[in-house]
Design a protein around this ligand. Sequence first.
Ligand code: PMP
Length: 394
Amino acid sequence: MLENLQEQPKDKILALMEMFRADPRAEKIDLGVGVYRNAQGVTPIMRAVKAAEKTLWETEETKAYTGLAGDPAFAEAMRGLVLGDAVEAGRVAAAATPGGTGAIRQGLELIRLASPGATIWLSAPTWPNHPSIIRYLGMPMREYRYFDAAARGVDFEGMMADLAQAKPGDVVLLHGCCHNPTGANLTLPQWQEVAALLEKTGATPFIDIAYQGFGDGLEEDAAGTRLIAARLPETIIAASCSKNFGIYRERTGILMAVAENAARKPVVQGNLAFLNRQNFSFPPDHGARLVTMILNDAALRADWQAELEEMRLGMLRIREALAAELRRLSGSDRFGFIAQHRGMFSLIGASPEQVELMREKHGIYMVGDSRINIAGLTEAAVPKLAAAIIDAGV
Ligand code: PMP
């Protein structure tokens, strides 16, 4: 039987990591994989996470199963973090999942149950795992224009024109903040316009929010999601705790489905639990428990927010330093977009040949579409990257 298996395409980012590891040059720079790193190049365990883990170790009395949808306290804490008071709690069904990826997968399966044949609309470009999972599930998908490659900003006119073609029952996948891979995001007035268009077409929003707190701040980064959820009858949300709590390997995420009214919530909730049961039964609990402890304890929460803010501001400083150095070297403002983008990533608009040149000549590793991970840079490495970008003729 196993001889029938065919080789799967290699994940490009993981292949890039292998190449980076094999490169003997000491001054090489890894801007590939999407993991936050501090000025020392380390992905730290956040202080509040360590503190919560210590308390948990001392006080946890059982490792028995939680519920199929995870601990309701986690769902409640995450509803508050992501949605604030945008919608009534009684309308929000939620289930813990293995990471944000698990939430996306379960969300897509929920959509397939509720609206078989629904087309999923994806931004061009998007995180490659979105189309990969959708294809694997056999669901129809279409792209909407999103990135204006010349301006390195959102092609809002193109986006609106494409999404006007969505049909009732279709689903529009939106990045809640810190768009991956482009770094270009909607303004609040643009979110309003998208909400109005969704209302008009009858398409359902599915929001992937994986970087809340990495862009303009915890509240600011959730503003688009809240606006959509408050205005549309139904919203599906996949949230990840991997980045903003730095608990990547704990696999902590949540799928939330805002139902049209509280009466409809129990059936939605039952379907979320059913889908968890089919795929993995009980979701992982360790990371979810830490997140719940942090969000529900004033001191831990304040310390977590302070550290998250340090991380966010550090990335912004790097963005500004890189944009300034490129302004100096190029004598133009054409790299100003790097300081405008938000989150861990920016698509710098280099060709595959230029990306290869930067890798081979300068030991700078970025994904083939020229996505750079800002958190992979240190302030000391900024001049080297800027010089390489200019040398490659970007
Ligand atoms: N959505 C986007 C856009 C992402 O970039 C990521 C992480 N790379 C995720 C979701 C999910 O991350 P995880 O499964 O690690 O929580």
